[in-house]
Design a binder for this molecule. Structure first.
Ligand SMILES: *[C@@H]1O[C@H](CO)[C@@H](O)[C@H](O)[C@H]1NC(C)=O
Ligand SMILES: *[C@@H]1O[C@H](CO)[C@@H](O)[C@H](O)[C@H]1NC(C)=O
Ligand SMILES: *[C@@H]1O[C@H](CO)[C@@H](O)[C@H](O)[C@H]1NC(C)=O
Ligand SMILES: *[C@@H]1O[C@H](CO)[C@@H](O)[C@H](O)[C@H]1NC(C)=O
Ligand SMILES: [Zn+2]
Length: 438
């Protein structure tokens, strides 16, 4: 139980791990990511007319901004809120343009480098904390998460089995934890993935939290016991392993995979636009340098192909697919790629309604819920739509906290409240599955 409780004696298993995190975070100087975000800003803008929206799109293109919300320039229209990360050398031009053209804006983050360093614990604190007990209230590097998985596989073999479903583009193993009481009887399954998009760090933190809570409360909480006795949870804490690693070592705001393109210098494909469901249509880009690039063909990304193969193979017994993203505070269900109502809408809708109420009961945080197309935006080739089309009746995508105050830099202090409330939503959906709903 070393990984679950409060600090105990140091373990050998952790020593190489904290050295690793030191190496990543402290490459000989005091700034993270070589100070590359110094002076960068995150600005929220709301164009009020078609002309303003058009002008903004042109400006974004020119300044090569990193769009935080929505994920593509193509979604920008009058009345949509857009959060953009502007490099230091472009922010002056943009602010001048905004004042001149009277477009409403608000600076969300004044200095991104400072925000980034403030929100995370310092490397020295990390290393002091790591050797004793496992800290679920900090973000963990890929190496740390994989070591944690290996450790649980050894120490909790009654409830956990760790296996690999393939290799990433850069050759990393794609690990999944099968969580649930072993049983000869037929058991249905729930798939959970986190970290399809690299920079959404709260996702992997939630996957870890879910596993921790399951192990910690299996004996004491009747709901959890029922869940683990009746279902297998297949949990993939980091889907986009290459991208996640890259977001720790090079670019905190990296979103895509890291595959190379033969004709362009840009790397990566949006792993949530690469699925064979209305692939590369509305809400996806054909250009390799865009953040919503759909890839050269469906399932071109080895990570997507590996998960698709697994789900195809197990689709008869997997009842639910849950995917964790950030940020927006939304609980979304199909369709993403079109405005239409799914069959069995009422079951899925009531599951979402209850889950959002359960979530709000913890800290009062409000989530919107509904079909992804009308609640967030239209996007084709998403994992959720694909899973639904493949025959999994309950498919959801969570957009976790917040609504833009910190955006992708959700401070570590907020990991616990975010995970606690999300936990209740996931338990609520799971219990819904165990009941009969036509
Ligand atoms: C800002 O700096 C980057 C990197 O140095 C450069 O690629 C880009 O063209 C610059 N943008 C502007 C608007 O000057
Ligand atoms: C998990 O543990 C089992 C033994 O209990 C072992 O066979 C398996 O290889 C381990 N998984 C990984 C990925 O190391
Ligand atoms: C799910 O949420 C609904 C609405 O908040 C609540 O009435 C119900 O008891 C919850 N069920 C479980 C199992 O938590
Ligand atoms: C809708 O519900 C029926 C009855 O439970 C089931 O047979 C069918 O597969 C469901 N359809 C979808 C798309 O989930
Ligand atoms: Zn995402």
């Amino acid at each position: 139980m070393k990984f679950l409780g409060k600090p105990r004696s140091p373990t050998a298993a952790f020593l190489p791990l904290c050295l690793l995190s030191l190496k990543i975070l402290q490459p000989g100087h005091s700034h993270l990511y070589s100070n590359r975000y110094a002076g960068d800003k995150v600005i929220r803008l709301i164009p009020n007319t078609k002309d303003e929206a058009y002008a903004l799109k042109k400006m974004y293109h020119h300044l090569k901004v990193d769009l935080w919300q929505p994920s593509s320039i193509s979604y920008i229209s009058e009345g949509t809120v857009t959060d953009v990360h502007i490099p230091q050398n472009g922010s002056r031009a943009l602010l001048a343009f905004l004042q001149e053209s009277n477009i409403q804006y608000k600076i969300l983050i004044e200095d991104l480098q400072k925000a980034l360093e403030k929100g995370s614990s310092l490397p020295t604190q990390r290393s002091r904390r790591s050797p004793s007990g496992y800290n679920y209230e900090v973000y963990h590097s890929l190496e740390e998460i994989q070591n944690w998985m290996r450790h649980l596989n050894k120490t909790h073999s009654g409830l956990i089995h760790m296996f690999s479903i393939g290799k990433s583009y850069e050759g990393r193993s794609l690990f999944v934890l099968k969580l649930g009481r072993r049983s000869r009887a037929y058991k249905r399954g729930v798939w959970i993935d986190c970290g399809i998009h690299a920079r959404e760090w709260i996702g992997p933190a939630f996957c870890q939290w879910f596993v921790k809570e399951a192990l910690l409360t299996y004996r004491s909480d009747p709901t959890m016991r029922k869940m683990l006795n009746h279902l297998y949870f297949y949990i993939m804490p980091v889907f986009n392993v290459d991208g996640y690693h890259f977001s720790w070592t090079n670019d905190r705001f990296w979103r895509k995979t890291r595959s190379r393109n033969s004709r362009f210098r840009c790397h990566g494909v949006d792993a949530n636009r690469n699925w064979r469901v209305k692939w590369c249509d509305e809400g996806a880009s054909m250009h390799p340098c865009d953040d919503t690039y759909c890839g050269p063909f469906p399932e071109s990304e080895p990570e997507v192909k590996a998960v698709a193969n697994f789900l195809r193979k197990h689709r008869k017994h997997i009842r639910a697919y849950l995917s964790f993203h950030a940020y927006a505070q939304m609980l979304l269900y199909p369709y993403s790629y079109k405005y239409a109502t799914i069959p069995n809408f009422s079951c899925v809708e009531s599951a979402a309604h209850n889950a959002v109420n359960a979530l709000r009961s913890v800290h009062g945080v409000q989530y919107r819920y509904g079909p992804a197309s009308s609640t967030l935006y239209v996007s084709s080739g998403s994992s959720m739509d694909w899973a639904y089309k493949t025959g999994i009746p309950y498919t959801f995508a969570f957009e976790l906290r917040d609504t833009g105050h910190f955006g992708f830099l959700l401070p570590e202090m907020l990991i616990k409240p975010t995970c606690m409330e999300t936990m209740l939503a996931v338990k609520n959906i799971t219990m819904h599955l165990l009941k009969k709903c036509p």
